[in-house]
Ligand binder design. Structure first.
Ligand code: ADP
Length: 305
């Protein structure tokens, strides 16, 4: 797992604030997070051994990392301090469970190709290498090139969205996007979605990505499920399980952890998709991210209902 670590503050509000509006929050929760940390924690909760690089700064927020990794059963040797500020995020969650957030990456952007190269042995002994875009392009490109060169699958969630470079796409096995990210990528690679919407445009996008090296495209549609496109052409639709959402923060991270856990356990894509959707669904029924990450028994019980 490459990056990221973010000290995340979440304000609970009746509804999301509109531009120019000040709202009173009914609660605030501080929690260690960051997409890299969340997915690493999600994988660990699912029983998968995790290693990697977690960048932190040298400010007071850096002290949150070690207990956070310990709490989630992750090796503290993953922590890599860099001079400057630790990543920080601020989000809002409305009573309907909808959320929005902004993240300042801080030290996460300082993770370098050299640091990744120094961890090459770890990469080469992995079953899968995962990254998101709360870190820079260089460490992702380096780690994915090392992994792909050795036949190790890679998974990228380009969030917060920026256009993945050709170098990164060429070394990406599995690309996981939510609707916003898929729309942005579609606009850049294949033109805007037609009248059939994003779901219909997924195959064209998967073809364009497959030509660039991506083997599997996964687009998540929140409560409307997910579409998995294998090899640029074979479509698997994974429905979302019906639950009452109280907090949608972290749904995508839980989904990604479930998908990767299924994949490294050698499951077929449809089984991995079901595990992923169960993880996403269980996550949205719970407040907070880390406490919401399900374990294998919870996923098993959920899928038997
Ligand atoms: P992100 O958090 O990255 O925006 P999504 O909102 O698309 O990701 O959610 C990821 C996955 O989590 C969905 O494909 C779905 O399986 C599950 N999920 C998200 N929201 C809900 C919901 N309200 N009910 C059931 N499952 C959900």
């Amino acid at each position: 797992m490459l990056g990221s670590f973010v000290a995340a503050g979440t304000f609970r509000v009746d509804r999301l604030p509109r531009p120019g509006e000040s709202l009173r929050a009914s609660a605030i929760a501080w929690e260690p997070g960051g997409k890299g940390f969340n997915v690493a924690a999600g994988l660990r909760r699912l029983g998968i051994a995790v290693d990697g690089l977690i960048p932190i700064g040298t400010d007071h927020l850096a002290a949150l990392a070690e207990p956070a990794l310990r709490r989630m059963g992750l090796p503290t040797s993953m922590i890599r301090p860099h001079p400057g500020s630790t990543g920080i995020g601020v989000g809002f969650v409305g009573t309907d469970g909808e959320n929005c957030l902004a993240v300042h990456p801080g030290a996460n952007l300082l993770l370098s190709r050299e640091t990744v190269r120094s961890a090459a042995a770890g990469i080469l002994s992995s079953a899968m290498v995962l990254a998101q875009f709360e870190i820079g392009d260089d460490p992702v490109a380096e780690a994915f090139a090392i992994a792909r060169g050795a036949g190790i699958p890679t998974l990228l969630n380009p969030s917060p969205f920026r256009l993945p470079s050709d170098e990164i796409l060429a070394a990406t096995t599995i690309l996981v996007l939510n609707e916003t990210e898929a729309e942005a990528l579609l606009g850049r690679l294949a033109g805007p979605a037609g009248t059939g919407g994003l779901r219909a445009a997924a195959e064209g996008l998967a073809r364009a990505l497959h030509a660039r090296g991506v083997e599997v495209l996964v687009i998540t549609f929140g409560a409307a499920g997910a579409r998995i496109v294998l090899g640029g052409s074979t479509i698997l639709d994974q429905r979302a399980y019906q639950v009452t959402a109280v907090d949608t923060l972290g749904a995508g991270d839980a989904f990604t952890a479930g998908l990767a856990a299924g994949f490294v356990a050698g499951r077929h894509w449809d089984a991995s998709g079901r595990i992923a959707a169960a993880c996403g669904a269980l996550m949205v029924t719970r407040h907070g991210v880390l406490d919401g990450l399900p374990d294998p028994a919870e996923v098993g019980d959920f899928l038997r209902i």
